[in-house]
Design a protein around this ligand. Structure first.
Ligand code: NAD
Length: 414
């Protein structure tokens, strides 16, 4: 699957570069990742045995600023998937115009089967292995699937131990106690909520009458559902890896969070009907938020999507064939590189605060996020209307023009 996702991202980069006449040199450059590191490293497990894990860290492009992107802990993650996700980060930071490049990392592991001690030893060893790439001026990790603020704290601590002094700005998504920013935990969900409201306004959908279905109830899905509910939307369906729950009158989100904390899943929640992930994606609703993992809306099920608006909380949840079907059916898609950029925007604000050791209050962080998301949405919508392109193509046009201009300015030496 990872190979396919990387090919999809490359194909879209190539197609859009041809469409808007981007110089061949920059197109070819964006087809490859600048730096790719694969590491195999030992970790002592709690029972005394040693296991060897595989990890990756990739910087796709750093023309506009240091590498920036999450670290994923997942049993099925591959090198090509990390390449694709790193390339999406390059495009995302360019769309929202923050001074970063794109990067991504991963460890092939199932964090749910590891104890806290094993997770800490794995994280610290992985950090030591990829430390030649990391640094506040070169490559700055953040959380992604399977990682969290605690893991960012261990990465920051291990890196700082190597340097001999405190280096807060080497990661973002850190706990507040060690230089994290207010507002980071729900940042990606907040960005999805802002995108959803902007798109709903454009389409003439009243949020107070809108129904919402969310696939994925982790960091992104739970925050998006919660923040859209606060805006008056009715969240009628939620799912996680084990399946979903549905109540047309609206779900009790606090209750669902408590159930997920207790049992690890939303399944079996009272006052709701059990559904599958496939059912959720085909539900009658106004706003559908895929916020789980790649390739969920594909050729086989795209025709059954009934939502008017899709907010891509996850990276690459829609395949290119599915994208065409959704477009033909008049469904408005806010693409991943715009919709879920709230995380990296607030990561940028955290990095700035960590570098300056000067911290902002939550309202300042939220205002800044809203301003950047609103400007980026307007830029992409404007291109989409002027150049008769769907929102994904328009977002790629904006990003690729910025990247090409930056590469041209820096030039190629010798
Ligand atoms: P998470 O690990 O916190 O949550 C993932 C959720 O998806 C969980 O509820 C899990 O049960 C569910 N899930 C996993 N596989 C599934 C499957 N096959 N079918 C249905 N549900 C499944 O991860 P997250 O940080 O919320 O990330 C979710 C998505 O958002 C990913 O694509 C990630 O790359 C993207 N993203 C995350 C951030 C961030 O700040 N965390 C930022 C931008 C984009």
């Amino acid at each position: 699957m990872g190979e396919q996702i990387f090919e999809n991202v490359r194909k879209l980069i190539n197609d859009v570069c041809f469409r808007i006449n981007i110089d061949e040199a920059w197109r070819l450059r964006l087809n490859e990742c600048e730096r790719e590191l694969t590491v195999h490293f030992p970790v002592k497990m709690d029972d005394g045995r040693v296991k060897v894990f595989t990890g990756f860290r990739i910087v796709h492009n750093d023309t506009r600023g240091p590498g920036k992107g999450g670290i994923r802990y997942h049993p099925d993650v591959t090198l090509d998937e990390v390449r694709a996700l790193a390339a999406l980060m390059t495009l995302k930071t360019a769309v929202v115009n923050i001074p970063y490049g794109g990067a991504k990392g991963a460890v092939v592991c199932d964090p749910t089967t590891l104890s806290q001690n094993e997770l800490e030893r794995l994280t610290r060893r992985y950090t030591a292995e990829i430390t030649i790439l990391l640094g506040p001026k070169s490559d700055i990790p953040a959380p992604d699937i399977g990682t969290n603020p605690q893991i960012m704290a261990w990465i920051m601590d291990t890196y700082s131990m190597g340097k001999g002094y405190y280096v807060a700005a080497v990661t973002t998504g850190k706990p507040i106690e060690i230089g994290g920013t207010k507002g980071r935990f729900k940042a990606t969900g907040r960005g999805c909520m802002i995108s959803a409201l902007l798109a709903a306004k454009h389409l003439g959908i009243n949020p107070r009458e809108a129904t919402v279905a969310v696939q994925g109830f982790g960091n992104v899905g739970a925050a998006t559902a919660n923040l859209l509910a606060r805006e008056g939307c009715r969240v009628i369906a939620i799912s996680d890896i084990k399946g979903g729950v549905y109540n047309p009158k609206g779900l009790d989100l606090e209750g669902l969070l408590a159930r997920t904390r207790e049992t690890g899943s939303v399944i079996g929640f009272k006052d709701a009907e059990t559904i599958t992930n496939a059912d959720l994606l085909g539900l009658q609703c106004d706003i559908l938020v895929p916020a789980a993992i790649e390739n969920q809306i594909v050729k086989a099920n795209a025709g059954s999507v009934k939502a008017k608006l899709i907010i891509e909380g996850a990276n690459a949840p829609t395949s290119p064939e599915a994208d065409r079907i959704l477009g033909d059916n008049g469904i408005f898609v806010v693409p991943d590189i715009l919709a879920n950029a709230g995380g990296v925007i607030i990561s940028y604000l955290e990095w700035v605060q960590s570098l300056q050791s000067f911290f902002w209050d939550e309202a300042e962080v939220h205002n800044y996020l809203k301003k950047i998301m609103t400007n980026a949405f307007a830029d992409v919508l404007g291109i989409s209307q002027r150049e008769k392109a769907d929102m994904r193509t328009a977002a790629y046009m904006l990003a690729l023009r910025r990247l090409a201009a930056a590469m041209a300015m820096r030039g190629i030496f010798p």
